[in-house]
Design a protein around this ligand. Structure first.
Ligand SMILES: [Zn+2]
Length: 535
């Protein structure tokens, strides 16, 4: 039994883990490398295994850094099933061909440059058509279902709360008489995200492969974010301008619609027109509509009351380029949500060109803006920016709301980790920028006393023997005492949380909440006694 890390090792993109159990070989994710050019070069290397030898692939979610090399894998001989949830399969129907189209465009552009430099042209990684062919390998399954994926491998998909269809994988590996359980977090979402359910709590694992994106960062409170959104919309109403929101087409755009819908229902914002101007966001919203079985309780209740989060008077889905251009002619207050989220390409560029120079316009950033992107330059206060070769001065009011993230922050991930009753023997930390790991590892050691490993690209680990992490803290307490301490810790946190909330409300404490508090206090005392007895 062996795992090898062929991507997302000390970097955020290119997720790809290769596992061997007896004769069975499979991958967890096969993502595109994005970002710096040294990382993107990995996309063109020969796969470090034979794709034709793979029995299957388990896909955690549709994001391109997890799914984006599947078409290339299929082109190079992969014949197995891509096992994933229905919603992920549906989203991949939109996202993979779109990625293929981008590959074709990029290769055309790069090849012009290569030819000028006397180098031979390079084929695109894959085309939109090849991406469509890859979709035939997809095999959708349900959350919670135990699936025998291959000889010696059983898998269960659990909610990851990251984007629609995203999953944490519980994978049981059996070789000879030995069984171990691996858990892959995929990308782990925040709790209380709109529309989708919270990340499932997992109680046991022998080994955990955990994402680390925000291992050293903290998000602002959920309620505050929505309040801020209302403020920006109201400010736009006051200046009678347009509010332009650059947004990821999948996930973030739908979250925004959900928040806008609720704010309107509560009368907190005026009901001026809202435009979704991105073909991908329009298709993704349709996919969300079709997959309502994955919605959380709140969204489900909304649907039962006959209210869809993706429909309200004045909401328009803009499909054609013509309709998009017409938007530039319209006057008055309106909200335009468009992609790409970092303003690098897409229709957002036209909206910025037509509005950045207007003092009455507002631009709202709700997503991370990477170094070097147009979004980042605007956010950093550039007085003028170049769009389509034309210099545009920036007079619009620039806003940013942080924390609209599909990833849990450090607090969220630690909370999730604490729910393990049987602790993993080691935690492999992946999917993070290099500088995240020192703090992230230290926090896990301190809070959970768990051994951590930050694997290197291409590094393998034998899972049949206990892996000893270097410099790992050694838990030395007796098991039952450890579990009691764990429970105590959870209760302690709940207690503090509840107390914090009560303090905020001051006099408005309900009888029920008081009762909860008393119950918790009693439970804490009881467990403290138990611990004293076992020492
Ligand atoms: Zn993701």
């Amino acid at each position: 039994m062996q795992i090898t890390f062929f991507g997302a090792a000390q970097m955020v993109t290119g997720s790809c883990f290769y596992l061997e159990v007896g004769q069975t070989k499979f991958l967890v994710d096969c993502g595109l490398f994005q970002g710096a050019s040294e990382e993107r070069d990995y996309n063109y290397r020969a796969f470090p295994f034979n794709p034709g030898d793979l029995d299957f692939l388990l896909l955690t979610h549709a994001h391109i850094d997890h799914s984006g090399l599947i078409p290339r894998l299929c082109q190079q001989g992969f014949k197995g099933r891509v096992i994933t949830t229905q919603a992920t399969a549906d989203l991949c129907k939109i996202m993979l061909p779109d990625s293929g189209y981008i590959q074709e465009m990029e290769s055309e552009w790069n090849n012009r440059k290569r030819v000028r430099q006397g180098e031979p042209p390079r084929e695109p990684l894959y085309t939109a058509d090849q991406a469509r062919e890859a979709l035939n390998f997809f095999y959708p399954v349900h959350y919670g279902e135990e699936i025998k994926a291959g000889e010696g491998v059983t898998v269960r998909f659990r909610d990851a709360g990251h984007i629609l269809g995203s999953a944490i994988l519980e994978v049981w590996l059996q070789e000879n008489n030995k069984q171990i359980k691996m858990v892959f977090t995929g990308d782990l979402g925040q709790t209380d995200q709109p529309i989708i359910r919270d990340p499932a709590l997992i109680e046991t694992a022998d080994y955990l492969v955990m994402e680390s994106t925000y291992g050293n960062r903290f998000h602002i409170d959920h309620g505050d974010r929505v309040e801020l959104l209302a403020e920006v919309v109201n400010e736009t109403a006051a200046t009678n301008g347009k509010l332009i929101i650059p947004s990821f087409a999948v996930g973030r755009a739908q979250d925004l619609l959900y928040h806008l819908k609720l704010l309107r229902l509560d009368g907190k914002i005026p009901d001026f027109p809202v435009y979704i101007d991105s073909p991908m966001a329009v298709s993704a919203t349709e996919t969300f509509r079709r997959n309502s079985q994955y919605f959380d309780e709140d969204t489900y209740q909304l649907l039962r009351q006959g209210e869809s989060p993706f429909e309200f008077p004045g909401l328009h889905f803009v499909r054609t380029a013509e309709e998009s251009k017409d938007l530039n002619q319209t006057e008055g207050e309106q909200i335009i949500i468009s992609a790409s989220g970092m303003c690098e390409a897409g229709r957002i560029l036209h909206h910025l060109r037509h509005n950045l120079w207007r003092p009455e316009a507002h631009i709202l950033f709700v997503g991370y803006q990477a170094e070097g992107t147009l979004g980042r330059r605007i956010l950093d206060g550039a007085r003028a920016v170049k769009i389509f070769g034309e210099e545009i001065i920036v007079k619009a009011k620039i806003h940013q709301i942080q924390g609209f993230s599909a990833h849990a922050d450090q607090t969220g991930m630690i909370k999730w980790l604490k729910r393990f009753v049987a602790k993993p023997k080691a935690v492999f930390l992946v999917h993070g920028d290099e500088e995240v790991f020192p703090e992230w590892e230290a926090v896990i050691h301190k809070e959970l006393k768990l051994p951590t490993i930050v694997p290197q690209m291409g590094q393998s680990f034998d899972l049949s023997n206990t892996i000893v992490a270097e410099e790992s803290p050694v838990p030395s307490v007796k098991d039952d005492q450890e579990i009691l301490r764990h429970t105590l810790h959870l209760l302690d946190e709940e207690y503090l949380d509840l107390r914090g909330r009560l303090r905020e409300k001051e006099s408005l404490v309900s009888a029920e909440e008081l009762e909860d508090l008393e119950e918790l206090t009693k439970e804490l005392k009881r467990i403290n006694e138990l611990i004293k007895q076992t020492v």
